[in-house]
Design a protein around this ligand. Structure first.
Ligand code: HEM
Length: 143
């Protein structure tokens, strides 16, 4: 049985109900990284890690398309990408989210901005914890 014939039907992405389209994602992602590249703290980390910005932006559009429109286009490994990138510290996450929030509020309608922000906060929290755990900064529950 193919997924479209499944009794429950195909999964509709959470972005659809709030008007998020590929175009909205593109505007959010491109505006955000434009601001990140200019940021005195985050800019140097990104500019040091990303060689091909066109490729990076396309990948991040695929990521948000997979998260919000469930297109399944993203083929990557965010945890591994952050873990191998020099200079990313847990203190950077609030600044990343602040720029993400400001961007969403300035380029999206309010309900779309709310969803972009809520998802980034959840994903950011798990990336930050994963990064800290991988570095041995979180003590194990049992020993
Ligand atoms: C808070 C939420 C965050 C989200 C949702 C997010 C999302 C992503 C995603 C999806 C990728 C692509 C992963 C891949 O190539 O498979 C990525 C790459 C990257 N992220 Fe983040 N990120 C976040 C926070 C941060 C922060 C705080 C920093 C730095 C201070 C950062 C720096 C980078 C860099 C440098 C790359 C490129 C790594 C590479 O291609 O080698 N990210 N991010």
């Amino acid at each position: 049985m193919s997924i479209v014939d499944h009794p429950r039907g195909p999964r509709i992405g959470p972005g659809v109900a709030v008007g998020i389209t590929e175009g909205v994602i593109r505007t959010q992602v491109h505006t955000f990284y434009g601001r990140v590249r200019e940021d005195p703290v985050l800019g140097p980390i990104f500019n040091g890690a990303v060689d091909d910005w066109d490729e990076h932006l396309a990948k991040l559009c695929d990521f948000w398309s997979s998260v919000l429109l469930v297109t399944g286009r993203f083929k990557g490994s965010p945890m591994a990408a952050h873990a191998r990138t020099p200079g990313i510290e847990t203190e950077h996450f609030p600044r990343w989210l602040e720029i993400w929030r400001d961007t969403a509020r300035s380029v999206c309608r309010p309900e779309a901005a709310d969803l972009f922000i809520a998802k980034a906060e959840m994903i950011g929290e798990s990336l930050k914890l994963g990064l800290a755990a991988g570095r041995g900064e979180i003590p194990p529950l049992t020993r």
